[in-house]
Design a protein around this ligand. Structure first.
Ligand code: PMP
Length: 323
């Protein structure tokens, strides 16, 4: 059965959906996106995704395509129309369609908003039982990785390299340190403590990362924010990745080095369980959006999204609003 997708205010069969060849998302990757998980027909951690969307739009000086309430309603309607029980909703906003020129078109065209669903096994993902393999590869991306843009060619090449080598994800390396995965944040565990890179413009502030920090704090798991090298990762007790569609995913091999004896370790198993319990809880979860609690999501955050402060004397920014 064809999915129902969303294009600029209309719900259509996927075979009938069209956007302009002049769309700046298509021509320049001039667009941003979000991927929210759905479990038991309910959105997981949706407000965090909308907060990040607001920030991405603001950083690229792009307009909201509609009101936040309309976006909330669209997400719920997409779940309903596609009878989505478990999977993801992908949504993308671009600067719209205009004659090709690098500078922003004037007057600004109406932004393009599209969305679609994908059914996926998120909770009983078999990869979580066995753990996955990762490789490392140079980080070829631009300097504003904190903005969730659709400009994803470096991650595409990195992920393909991983697949070509029989692995599931590529950890990107810059200046000798792991930045993050091509579509996930990267973690190692040493002596029971979780280590992951701090939030700067060099990585995306993952919503799952943020939720993990909250759960870890609540359950007494220490997280240290610092960079680590591939060599340190090879020696780690455990390793894992996080993303909205993989939750907390154990890693059992990095560049051919077995991690934790090739089995998911106790810390990552505990963190995944905690995350699943949180994601799957029906009702009452602050991270879950239901039709009757949409108002809790509030309007798009204002100034809180704005800053990417320049750290003195360096080319890095801290992304304080995303912590
Ligand atoms: N880093 C990158 C580069 C990503 O593409 C993603 C997934 N969008 C993440 C981290 C994880 O973010 P989230 O937990 O919000 O899915």
């Amino acid at each position: 059965m064809a999915r129902t997708v969303f294009v600029n205010g209309e719900y259509l069969p996927e075979t009938e959906a069209k956007i302009s060849i002049f769309d700046r998302g298509f021509l320049f990757a001039d667009g941003v996106y979000e991927v929210s998980a759905v479990v038991n027909g309910k959105l997981v951690d949706y407000p965090a995704h909308m907060e990040r969307l607001a920030r991405s739009l603001k950083e690229l000086r792009m307009d909201w395509p509609c009101t936040r309430a309309e976006l909330d309603a669209m997400h719920l309607e997409m779940i309903r129309r596609n009878a989505l029980h478990e999977g993801i909703i992908y949504m993308q906003v671009t600067r719209g369609a205009a004659d090709r020129a690098f500078n922003f078109p004037k007057p600004a065209p109406k932004s393009t908003l599209i969305a679609f669903t994908q059914t996926m096994a998120l909770v009983s993902n078999p990869n979580a039982v066995t753990g996955v393999k990762v490789i490392t590869t140079p980080d070829l991306r631009w300097a504003r990785r904190d903005i969730k843009t659709v400009m994803l060619l470096a991650p595409v090449l990195g992920k393909q390299e991983a697949y070509d080598k029989g692995a599931h994800e590529a950890w990107m390396v810059e200046a000798g340190q792991v930045t993050e995965g091509t579509s996930s944040n990267a973690y190692i565990v040493r002596n029971g403590k979780v280590i992951t890179r701090g939030l700067t413009n060099e990585i995306l502030a993952g919503c799952t990362r943020r939720a993990l920090f909250q759960l870890a704090t609540e359950h007494g798991v220490e997280i240290i924010e610092r960079s680590f090298t591939p060599a340190e990762a090879y020696e780690a007790d455990e390793a894992f990745l996080t993303s909205a569609s993989q939750f907390v995913m154990p890693i059992v091999e990095i560049d051919g080095h077995r991690i934790g004896g090739g089995q998911p370790g106790p810390v990552v198993r505990k963190l995944r369980e905690l995350f699943l319990a949180e994601a799957g809880r029906l009702g009452g979860s602050p991270r879950e959006v239901r039709a009757d609690n949409l108002r809790l999501c509030g309007p798009p955050p204002g100034d809180r999204n704005s800053q990417c402060q320049s750290a003195a004397g360096t080319a890095r920014w801290t992304v304080s609003s995303m912590v």
